[in-house]
Every structure is written in structure tokens, then in C-alpha cells.
Design a protein around this ligand. Structure first.
Ligand code: ZL4
Ligand code: CA
Ligand code: ZN
Length: 398
């Protein structure tokens, strides 16, 4: 019906353990693991499962996660429950849990949840190492804020760092690209002292119009290009692209192609990891940008066309039906299929996509006209950013 044939060229694998869906951060918490249910239903409804290899990865083990994280932090994660947490408030604080901020709540099955999304990213990386896939996808991962010994911003275990470490067993240079609306600080910090990983993040930076605090996590200015100590091998191996509210499709596509292209040319990565957080879309509950689904997908297509082994992972995304639309579209981009704008009628969760003010029953609603954020990115400012980016790339050797 949709005329999908297995395209020659790219072998794509989809790494997904459906048990992640059943975890809840709490009823009003913006992170909704069931957005992954919607994503999977769309992928299946369009018949994309016939164009990829599907895997149900096992959860990562304690020892696997300890390849990056502190063992005492993992022991804490393994035993903490909503029932026993009240007896350990000092420990909760040590690991950045609880308190005033409810960003990282303790919920039922937390350990199971973190091991499932981490297992999927590690399995996806393994598939690339085995040459079983050219592109390996894990929409349940992308938790870029987690630190070695602490949770941060909805992230408990950093599956991206674990996957990159695994890729480094065979790859000399890994490029990490992050299009989530937030700065990929945890990944940048983890690899700040090596020249074998280059981290590139596009994000909103600066004071937030709504809260008048710096937009989370508050790091990632253009001046942050890694450690300044000239003897540090990680010097100049980070690049940050700070953006203002309301950036539009044409600006973002131009910026992404120009800057990412220059990094790939200069750094010559042997593998690429792309965190495709969907909170950079227009109308996102937490985001501040104005991107449409196809502009977001343009980034995936651009990276795919560099022709290096690619690990594609999820991340943020707080308007669940648009997250599902975007990641379904990007799955199609990977396999080289184009999808009909009318949603297939046999989706179990079709109700979620109907009766929307904007976009009911279709895959590509216009998100930019949810005029929530005025565009404060001028051509002049963007030119300046590109100029600064090119300047810092000149510090890379080779
Ligand atoms: C919420 O409604 O900016 C958490 C978080 C829980 C439920 C009810 C509790 C009400 C918005 C956010 C109190 C909430 C207090 N509930 C949240 C400085 C902050 C301190 C905590 O996409 N308060 C912290 C983190 C960011 C801050 C963004 C993005 C992850 C990723 C990768 C992480 N933290 C201010 C906020 C709510 C909540 C509503 C919230 N938290 C919005 N932005 C943040 O990059 C996956
Ligand atoms: Ca980012
Ligand atoms: Zn985010």
C-alpha cells in the first residue's frame, strides 16, 4: 500500500525495548515515556518495520553502566524507591534528586527504566561496530544531561556517553551532534579531555523570557570550546551554537548545514552520534524554537548523507504527538522512504492525532504558526555565530 521496498545502500536497525513505555515520571512531569508508544505506533502504521532490522535489546547491566558512572551513584539508583526515599534525604541531595526541583523524581521502576534505555543505546552502538547496520536508531535514549555521579534535567544515566565509549573501542574519532533545544552538557563534560570525541550542540542560550532565569542548563555559550589549558587534548574539541527564541526553518537549516559541514570536513569523524531531541520543534511545551518537522528531519538527512556509521538517538520532546511525528519521519528519512501526509487510519492510538486544533489526522502539520515565540535571531547575529564557529575550528590540528 505504501510501496516501501528495502532500499539498497543503507542498512537501518531499530533498537527498542517496549518496557520503557510503562514508566511514569509523575502525572504533571513534562517527560512522558509514552511518547515512545506513539512513535512506535506511527512507525508500524506506515509499514516502516519492513524496511529495517528490529531488535529488542536487553537492559544494560550495572557493570556496563559503571563504564562511565560512579559505582556509588549506581548503587543508589538501584535501591532508591518512592517508598524508601524519605529516609535518605541527604543522599538524594548528594545525587541532585528531589528537593525543590522536581526535574529528576524517584519513580517506580527507575532502575529498570535507566537500564532499558541505556541497553538500547549500547546495543545500537554494537550493531555499528559489527557492521550489521549503517544507521542504528534508539528513540528511547539521548539523555544528555546525566553526569558521572549525579542526575540532571530528567536524565539519570548518560546512555550517549556509554554508547560513544563503546564506539571508541574501534573508532578513532567520534563526532557527537545535538539538536535538542537544551545544551548537551553531560556529553561535552564527559569527553572534555580527549581529542577522540568532538561535541557540537545547537541550543537556546541566555535569559528566558518566561522565567527570567538562564535557560537550562545555562552553559554552552559560543566561547565554550572545551578546556582552555593548551596542554589539554580536549582543547577546541567542543563547539556550541547559542541561539535565541523563535529560530525558523530556513535559518536553522542554513546554520546546521554550514557549521556541521565545516566540522565534518575538518574533524573527519569515523562515526557520528546524532541526538535528535524533538523539543526544538515549534509548539513544544518546554522549547523556544519554531522548527517544523521537515526542517528537523533535514538535520538527520544531512548527517545521513555524510555516509559515516550513524547512531541516531532521541532526547527531549514534550508535545508527545509531534515527537512521534518527527521521529517517525526521521526513521523514514534513514531508510529513504517518503510518507503520505494523511495518517494511516489503522493506528491504535489514532485518537491522539485527531481533533487537534492544528494538524488533526496528518503527519506534517505546520508547527511554525503556533506563534508562541517571536524570532529574535537576526541574520546579523547568525552570521556572527558562524564566523566565530569557523574561527574556533581553525584551532583544530590537521
Ligand atoms: C517539571 O510540572 O529549569 C517537573 C519540570 C515536574 C511536576 C510538578 C512539580 C512542580 C517544568 C519542568 C515544580 C516543578 C519545578 N513537574 C521545576 C531550574 C528548575 C528547577 C525545577 O530535553 N523546576 C530547573 C530541565 C529544566 C530547570 C530541562 C531538559 C531535558 C532534555 C533532555 C531538562 N530545569 C526550574 C524548573 C512539572 C515540571 C514543569 C522543567 N524543568 C522545565 N525545564 C526544566 O534536554 C531529555
Ligand atoms: Ca542541543
Ligand atoms: Zn531538551
Amino acid at each position: 500500500e505504501y510501496g516501501l521496498e528495502r532500499p539498497r545502500g543503507y542498512t537501518v536497525s531499530f533498537h527498542y525495548n517496549p518496557h520503557v513505555e510503562y514508566h511514569h515520571f509523575g502525572s504533571s512531569h513534562p517527560m512522558k515515556p509514552w511518547r515512545l508508544t506513539l512513535t512506535k505506533q506511527l512507525v508500524l502504521a506506515y509499514g516502516l518495520e519492513y524496511t529495517m532490522d528490529l531488535y529488542t535489546p536487553r537492559p544494560a547491566s550495572f557493570d556496563e553502566m559503571a563504564l562511565f558512572h560512579d559505582r556509588d551513584y549506581l548503587s543508589f539508583l538501584q535501591q532508591i524507591t518512592p517508598q524508601n526515599m524519605h529516609r535518605q534525604e541527604d543522599i538524594l541531595e548528594r545525587y541532585s534528586f528531589g528537593g525543590e526541583s522536581n526535574d529528576c523524581p524517584v519513580f517506580e521502576g527507575l532502575w529498570n527504566y535507566v537500564s532499558l534505555y541505556s541497553g538500547a543505546s549500547m546495543h545500537a552502538a554494537q550493531n555499528l561496530l559489527n557492521h550489521q547496520s549503517d544507521i542504528a536508531i534508539n528513540w528511547s535514549g539521548g539523555l544528555h544531561h546525566a553526569k558521572k555521579g549525579a542526575a540532571s534535567g530528567f536524565c539519570y544515566v548518560n546512555d550517549i556517553v556509554l554508547a560513544i565509549q563503546h564506539l571508541l573501542t574501534q573508532h578513532q574519532r567520534v563526532l557527537y551532534i545535538d539538536i535538542d533545544v537544551h545544551h548537551g552538557d553531560g556529553v561535552e563534560a564527559a569527553f572534555e579531555s580527549t581529542d577522540r570525541v568532538f561535541t557540537l550542540s545547537y541550543h537556546k542560550f541566555g535569559q528566558d523570557r518566561f522565567t527570567s532565569w538562564p535557560f537550562f542548563p545555562g552553559t554552552g555559550d559560543i566561547t565554550d570550546t572545551g578546556p582552555s589549558d593548551p596542554t589539554n587534548r580536549g582543547k577546541a574539541h567542543a563547539l556550541n551554537i547559542p541561539l535565541e527564541d523563535g529560530i525558523d526553518d530556513d535559518q536553522y537549516k542554513w546554520l546546521f548545514k554550514t557549521v556541521t559541514g565545516a566540522v565534518v570536513d575538518k574533524y573527519q569523524p569515523t562515526a557520528i552520534v546524532l541526538q535528535s531531541g524533538a523539543d526544538s520543534l515549534g509548539g513544544d511545551r518546554l522549547g523556544r524554537f519554531n522548527l517544523n518537522i521537515k526542517a528537523h528531519g533535514f538535520c538527520v538527512e544531512t548527517v545521513k548523507n555524510y555516509g559515516r556509521p550513524l547512531l541516531l538517538i532521541g532526547g527531549g520532546g514534550y508535545t508527545p504527538r509531534n515527537v512521534a511525528r518527527t521521529w517517525c519521519h526521521e526513521t523514514a528519512v534513514c531508510v529513504g522512504a517518503s510518507l503520505h501526509n494523511d495518517l494511516p487510519t489503522h493506528i491504535p492510538y489514532i485518537m491522539a492525532f485527531q481533533g487537534e486544533e492544528n494538524g488533526g489526522g496528518i503527519l506534517y502539520p505546520e508547527l511554525h504558526n503556533t506563534k508562541r515565540h517571536e524570532n529574535n535571531n537576526t541574520t546579523q547575529k547568525l552570521n556572527k555565530i558562524v564566523e566565530r564557529a569557523m574561527e574556533s575550528l581553525r584551532y583544530l590540528e590537521g
